[in-house]
Unconditional design. Sequence first.
Length: 172
Amino acid sequence: MAKQKLNPGVQNKIIYTRASYLYQAADYLTRCARTTQQPSDVDVSESKHKHGTHNEKQKRCIQNLSRQAICDMRAVSLKAQIRQGSPLKRTICKFCDTIQVEGDTCHSTIENSSKGGRKPWADVLVMKCITCGNTKRFPVSAPRQQRRTLREAESHETTAEEEKLGGALEGA
């Protein structure tokens, strides 16, 4: 009698775990950089002189660590040839490896340039990275179009059904 195969679970689980950890670390560092602000003292000029440059350097350093974690995550997933989900990829800038946080590291708007915005299905989410100035565009409410082969197969099926119905109507 042969052994039954057990459910192996996720292949490359260790690599997925490492990539997830690096993303979570980068997200945490981005949040830490956001909370690093100037202390509220009575004398603003003295505070800025003493703490302002120190806080800016600290914030830049934390942001750079966050970018490095994202860069490492990409390197791990590319080397192991694992794919990241599209929701995860949408939160990362391709060009500067910054996690996109609305209002802090990116600005997002919804554009509709179709005949003055009269077509509601043509809405596009535009995310602009503050760090590098690059923009990414995503369709908002439009359903994703099927692959061409599937569209053609579907159109052939509908024409075959129409021919059958047409022949049945003529015989009656």
